[in-house]
Design a protein around this ligand. Structure first.
Ligand code: SF4
Ligand code: SF4
Length: 56
């Protein structure tokens, strides 16, 4: 399953530059394209609010 971004996202923009495949999109809450995410976990480690988690 792709990683997902929760409502804890504060739209800081940190994760978008960390994703090696460009799967993250900007917004009021950032989002991850599940068809592109390779589940590498890099974005989750970079997020200051721990808003990114592996999908269930
Ligand atoms: S887990 Fe990896 S591939 Fe998926 S959105 Fe995060 S940085 Fe990108
Ligand atoms: S790093 Fe976390 S808080 Fe910042 S934009 Fe990404 S998901 Fe949102």
């Amino acid at each position: 399953m792709a990683y997902v971004i929760s409502d804890d996202c504060i739209a800081c923009g940190t994760c978008i530059d960390e994703c090696p495949v460009g799967a993250i999109s900007e917004g009021d809450k950032y989002s991850i394209n599940p068809d592109m995410c390779t589940e590498c976990g890099t974005c989750a480690e970079a997020c200051p609010t721990e808003a990114i988690h592996p999908g269930a």
